[in-house]
Ligand binder design. Structure first.
Ligand code: ADP
Ligand code: MG
Length: 269
């Protein structure tokens, strides 16, 4: 019997470049400051970014795990802020499409470290590829990042549609990023929730809003997490609010998650 089941939170968006990696990196730090043991997984397996955001160059990555050379504990890298990350590899094309055995291997390995963490935070990468839907369907919480751009709204909806129709996921929590005024945030949420309700018959949850802030890019260039550099900014406060909201809502850890997904996936084979 397991003593600890980590909560799996997947962050996706459909469209790339909307702020997922920035979001996961910084919310991981906030959750750590709220006494949670966080593992941050870079699941953009073909094009890694999280290591760059923290300014580290891990020796091993998911490629070494999948080849059997290393175990999950060997590839986990700790940042100077004390965040544990599972690094992805960059420029390895075959990893852009994980095989069934790759996925099972990842699940099995993650299960061996269940006791060490409270939260598995997954940066799924862009698009609606099989890799993305795999990690989203294995999560307890699905956070979808959108920006006010119509292309972002369209791509987020496309992802939600696939996850609902093909995987039966119906719980999505929306974060609106790059906001220049409060009206823009409400309008963006209204647009995406309206189409989801009309065409899929599901209600999307509002999780929070993050302002557009030039300093986000400065932090990326400095390769230091934004919340460490600017802990009192509006962006950092809003992100902390999102983290608290997220942790406040209890989820049934026996529903969904890797265990459940494994059963679902095996039943399909
Ligand atoms: N709230 C924000 N304000 C300003 N720039 C942002 C904000 N969020 C993200 N960015 C910038 O947008 C770009 C894409 O962000 P990133 O997190 O890499 O997106 P994704 O992981 O979705 O591709 C980066 O240059 C990042 O600095
Ligand atoms: Mg990214």
């Amino acid at each position: 019997m397991k003593t600890n089941i980590p909560r799996i939170i997947a962050v996706s968006s459909g469209k790339g470049g909307v702020g997922k990696t920035n979001f996961v990196t910084n919310i991981a730090l906030i959750m750590k400051s709220l006494q949670r043991r966080v593992l941050l997984m870079d699941a953009d397996v073909g094009l890694s970014n999280i290591d760059i955001m923290f300014g580290i160059a891990p020796k091993y990555n998911i490629k070494h795990l999948l080849s059997g050379e290393k175990s999950i504990k060997d590839i986990i890298a700790r940042t100077s802020e004390g965040i544990d990350i599972i690094p992805a590899s960059s420029g390895i094309r075959e990893l852009t499409q994980l095989t069934y055995y790759n996925k099972m291997k990842i699940i099995e390995e993650l299960e061996t470290i269940d006791n060490d963490y409270d939260i598995f935070l997954i940066d799924t990468g862009a698009g609606i590829s099989d890799n993305v839907t795999f990690f989203c369907s294995a999560a307890h919480d699905n956070i979808v990042i959108v920006t006010p751009e119509p292309t972002s709204i369209a791509d987020a909806y496309a992802l939600i549609k696939v996850l609902y129709k093909e995987y039966g996921e119906n719980n999505f929590r929306i974060v609106v990023n790059n906001i220049k005024n409060p009206k823009e945030a409400k309008e963006t949420f209204r647009k995406i929730s309206m189409v989801a309700e009309r065409f899929l018959g599901i209600n999307l949850d509002w999780l929070g809003v993050l302002p557009y802030d030039e300093k986000v890019k400065d932090a990326v260039i400095a390769q230091k997490p934004y919340v460490s550099l600017y802990p009192t900014s509006d962006f950092s406060k809003k992100l902390a609010e999102i983290a608290r909201q997220l942790l406040k809502r209890e989820v049934d850890l026996f529903k969904g998650g890797m265990q459940f997904f494994l059963k679902k996936a095996l039943a399909k084979e």
